[in-house]
Design a protein around this ligand. Structure first.
Ligand code: DGL
Length: 273
């Protein structure tokens, strides 16, 4: 696998996710790196990853990276927290191209930000069960108390566009009450979808809580990494900055995708194998 050359600065940045949620990461990447071109790969035919086995998540992650490498990307950003938690630590060593996951940037920011050294993490079942966030936090500061909770109903609710209202309020309360009791001052949103629930999460946890959005943190880290590797594109902003590839293009894909991206999603291609 080490046969890929380090990309040139005018090559695109590749981003992948299990589905559409990773467009929250693309939204931040476009904001932080407005001059770059992006190729987004969403494995919409096989989403969700969050309740799959470790072996399957690793296999899907490898396949997704190989797809992006074929597009000659200069950097791979794994927008999916599930892939970043489970597969990235094991497979990173096999690639020469820089691969950035969402875990480390969010962990660094949360360790830096917490005042009372009590951090909460919410994510899919696979992410939480992997214990990766907890391990990485303790690598930086073993004294921090970490409280983790999987919130499997958040993803389907958000994909249905249920971002507010009684049902969402109740689900948020049921999932987050145990974390509130632990008096955390920082909460990592360890899932592509959760930034869309920020308002409701804040409403329940209180306005003092600091929400760490892995999308924002990884975008900042991507810029630093491209800079270090002399891979930042120095030319003018280009017209079609985003091309989107999906393994299944359902009728509602564009509508939901636009919600995640925060603007109209275009340039969508369906790929079959
Ligand atoms: N993209 C996944 C994540 O960030 C959420 C959706 C899924 O379960 O695949 O963990």
């Amino acid at each position: 696998m080490g046969r890929y050359r380090m990309g040139k600065s005018d090559n695109p940045v590749g981003v992948f996710d299990s589905g559409i949620g990773g467009l929250t990461v693309v939204k931040e990447l476009l904001r932080v790196l407005p001059q770059e071109r992006f190729i987004y790969f969403g494995d919409t035919a096989r989403v969700p990853y969050g309740n799959k086995s470790k072996e399957t998540i690793i296999r899907f992650t490898l396949e997704n990276i190989l797809f992006l490498l074929k597009q000659d990307v200069k950097l791979v950003v794994i927008a999916c927290n599930t892939s970043s938690s489970i597969a990235l630590p094991l497979i990173k060593q096999y690639f020469r191209i820089p691969i950035l996951g969402v875990v480390i940037p969010a962990v660094k920011e949360s360790v830096y930000a917490t005042r009372n050294k009590r951090i909460g993490i919410i994510g899919t079942r696979a992410t939480i069960e992997s214990g990766t966030y907890e391990r990485e936090i303790h690598r930086l500061d073993p004294e921090i108390k970490v409280f983790a909770k999987s919130c499997p109903l958040f993803v389907p609710l958000i994909e249905e566009g249920w971002l507010e209202g009684n049902v969402v309020e109740k689900v948020v309360r049921d999932y987050l009450a145990p974390l509130k009791e632990k008096e955390i001052d920082t909460l990592i949103l360890a899932c592509t979808h959760y930034p869309l629930l920020k308002k409701m999460i804040k409403k329940f946890m209180g306005k003092e809580i600091l929400l760490i959005d892995s999308a924002r943190e990884v975008a900042i880290e991507a810029k630093e990494l491209l800079n270090q590797e002399s891979l930042l594109y120095a030319g003018k902003r280009r017209a079609s900055a985003l091309a989107c590839y999906v393994t299944d293009k359902s009728d509602i894909f564009q509508e939901i995708g636009s919600r995640f991206l925060g603007r109209r999603l275009e340039n969508i291609h369906e790929i079959k194998d």
